[in-house]
Design a protein around this ligand. Structure first.
Ligand code: AMP
Length: 193
């Protein structure tokens, strides 16, 4: 994997383990020669992550819409900051630039980005791994709800398995490296090719 997109909180959360793990992920990416693609901001976990990659001399590409840059949210020391027109364009561009995506703990914005990429994956619009770093069990309730969606017949088992998850960074990266996208698209399951 040449580059990974990371979605994470524009806040840092109440527990210091969230920032610690964001920094550790940044260091691991830089030392593994994997570039970071992220939202380009200089706040919350996003800043912790970007600064850790930069500290270890890794590549950081920020992708930010104009309106956020105008609010001076942009990180000033990135390898490259791409400015786009809309939030939708930002997600597409981040997906194009990277070979997979990881969500760290975050709020609505993080979940929006995570589920958009999962949705695109289940529609066969990309075949890249999408993963959750489940720091401190932050995503346990979400993962159990996804199991409910599968149990109740709203998410196909193969599509449930598309979402990779672990609380250990190296293990998660290994899962992403060996990921094979499901062959059956959401449509074929309904008999539509
Ligand atoms: P949230 O999880 O709600 O804090 O939102 C964080 C995610 O949404 C990040 O991955 C960003 O791409 C995007 N986002 C939301 N708020 C901001 C912000 N103030 N600055 C930059 N990106 C943001």
């Amino acid at each position: 994997m040449k580059r990974i997109s990371v979605f994470c909180g524009s806040s840092s959360g109440v527990d210091k383990i969230f920032a610690e793990q964001a920094c550790l992920l940044g260091k691991t990416l830089a030392q593994g020669n994997i570039g970071l693609v992220y939202g380009g901001s200089n706040i919350g976990l996003m800043r912790e992550l970007a600064n850790a990659v930069l500290e270890y001399h890794g590549e950081v590409i920020g992708v930010m819409p104009h309106f956020m840059k105008e609010k001076e949210l942009a990180h000033k020391n990135l390898t490259c900051l791409e400015v786009v027109n809309t939030m939708q364009e930002r997600k597409s561009r981040m997906c194009e630039l990277s070979d997979g995506a990881i969500a760290l703990p975050g709020g609505y914005g993080t979940l929006d980005e995570l589920f958009e990429l999962l949705t695109w994956g289940q529609l066969g619009l990309h075949r890249k791994p999408v993963a959750i770093l489940n720091t401190g069990g932050y995503y346990n309730h979400l993962l159990s709800f996804i199991q409910t969606m599968a149990d109740k017949g709203f998410v196909h088992e193969a599509n449930k398995a598309m979402l990779l998850t672990h609380d250990d960074i190296d293990t998660l990266l290994d899962l992403m490296l060996t990921y094979q996208a499901p062959e059956i698209s959401k449509w074929e399951k309904h008999g539509i090719k």
